[in-house]
Design a protein around this ligand. Structure first.
Ligand code: NAI
Ligand code: SF4
Length: 445
């Protein structure tokens, strides 16, 4: 059984409230951290090997140590709670059921970074969660863990919750900062990174909800002990939101030593595939990461089992591997159509493109239109090569990673399931799905 660090108390009745959370040892880590120096906390996080849990897996301690510290300029911590990646809902679970863990992590992290103001930017669709967070903030403040002179240590911190308005792109850190400043959520060119020039041009650390929550157990058990959990550079525990064709969809905390097979089939996690169907493919890290067919999912190219961790999932690089990403684990059984699935994702990215760069603005709807043609029996063999060409021209040629995120699923689908594309083109009469008539809403003409 995987070790639990983040969700170990999530089942306790009333844990959403300060009194119950405190009885379980909540806020002990703040007391410990405020007796340390900020630099010592950053060192603990570095030692822990914690990597960003939003998708990129960037080392958190390193990101913190990049934070510029010019005299007289405020610094900010911004928590990215704009969890919009299709298939990803682990931060929602954490904020909804154990909000004080996030608030506690924010206090420790803000102290370590020298920030006196911190924000939680939360996606608009999580309409009921800001209230839960605001209540937790009020309770923490009433208990002396927020506001002026926290625990009499001379440290001040205010936390604010800002609701987004439902744009996927606002989960990209610089678009999020633009939105937080009250502007349209257009990504900025990087560098400069937010650590140097972030919110209102001040040095800013943007971290995912789960990343900041993980700082609490790191301080409680020490970075060295945290680093012993997991394997290699995949230290600690990871929340995985599992969905699709599985018996037990939900949020699971794993220690990154289990195999993909165990995760899908064991009763402790997904509980297998309904109706004894076979596994076809899986997208292990949210919709942006490459889809992997079952044969490569259960084993690596070296014949080793594939593990639920950053290195093993990427084994063989993008040509055969995929990414841990945000931990949004989507399972497809043998009945699922890869062309339809890819078309649906292409539609999503075309709809969410902010339109700033030509390859993404023009390429994403173009890919969707071609995929729709293939899916509805109007495709040609040349379309497959055209699709491949378009995705190649988007990848790496845009301001933000949304372009890559739109290109990778198309590339991986063609690479691993070209025969399905060809079958659609060869057998248009067999395609019985009735788009345009059967209630299929298509906002992109
Ligand atoms: P990135 O690799 O560009 O950056 C990772 C983090 O490290 C950023 O905070 C960046 O500011 C920081 N960083 C990198 N180099 C730095 C340097 N030299 N100095 C200072 N800071 C530096 O990745 P990005 O754009 O933040 O995230 C892309 C990932 O997000 C994708 O892998 C995707 O899986 C994931 N994603 C997650 C979503 C979600 O809802 N959780 C939604 C969409 C994408
Ligand atoms: Fe906007 Fe797409 Fe360019 Fe990102 S890649 S800045 S979403 S147009």
């Amino acid at each position: 059984m995987s070790k639990k660090l983040l969700l170990k108390d999530a089942h306790i009745e009333g844990i959403r409230h300060y009194d119950v959370y405190r009885k379980q040892g909540g806020y002990d880590a703040v007391e410990k951290a405020l007796a340390m120096t900020p630099d010592a906390i950053v060192e603990e996080v570095k030692t822990s090997g914690l990597r960003g849990r939003g998708g990129a897996g960037f080392p958190t301690g390193m990101k913190w140590s990049f934070l510029a510290k010019p005299e007289g300029i405020p610094r900010y911590l911004v928590v990215n709670a704009d969890e919009s990646e299709p298939g990803t809902f682990k931060d929602r679970y954490l904020m909804e059921f154990i909000p004080h863990l996030l608030i506690e992590g924010m206090i420790i992290s803000s102290f370590a970074l020298g920030a006196n103001t911190a924000y939680i930017y939360i996606r608009g669709e999580y309409a009921w969660i800001p209230e839960i967070l605001e209540q937790a903030i009020d309770e923490a403040k009433a208990a002396g863990f927020l506001g002026k002179n926290i625990l009499g240590k001379g440290y001040d911190l205010e936390i604010y919750v800002q609701r987004g308005a439902g744009a996927y792109i606002c989960g990209e850190e610089t678009a999020l900062l633009e939105s937080l400043e009250g502007k349209r959520g257009n990504p900025r060119l990087k560098p400069p990174f937010p650590a140097v020039k972030g919110l209102w041009e001040s040095p800013t650390v943007v971290n995912n909800v789960e990343t900041i929550a993980a700082v609490v157990p790191i301080i409680n058990i020490t970075g060295a002990e945290y680093a012993k959990i997991g394997v290699g550079r995949s230290t600690g525990t990871k929340l995985i939101s599992a969905c699709g064709n599985i018996n037990k969809p939900g949020v699971y905390e794993i220690d990154m030593t289990i195999t993909v097979e165990e995760f899908i089939y064991s009763e402790e996690y997904c509980g297998g595939i309904p109706n004894g169907k076979k596994l076809k493919a899986c997208i292990p890290g949210g919709s942006s990461v490459p889809i992997v067919p079952a044969n490569l999912l259960l084993k690596t190219i070296n014949g080793e089992p594939r593990y639920m961790n950053y290195e093993s999932l990427a084994d063989g690089g993008f040509a055969t591997g995929t990414m841990m990403g945000s931990g949004g684990f989507i399972v497809l059984d043998e009945d699922q159509c890869i062309v339809k699935h890819t078309m649906s994702l292409a539609h999503f990215y075309a709809h969410e493109s902010c339109g700033q760069c030509t390859p993404c603005r023009e390429g994403t709807p173009w890919m969707y239109k071609i995929l729709k043609n293939i899916e509805t029996g109007k495709g040609t063999m040349a379309d497959i090569d055209l699709l491949w060409d378009i995705q190649r021209k988007i990848e790496g040629n845009t301001i933000c990673p949304l372009g890559d995120a739109a290109a990778w699923p198309v590339a991986a689908a063609i690479r691993h399931f070209r025969d399905e594309f060809e079958w659609h083109i060869d057998n248009p009469e067999a395609l019985t799905r009735n788009y345009g008539l059967a209630g299929y809403a298509d906002p992109i003409p």
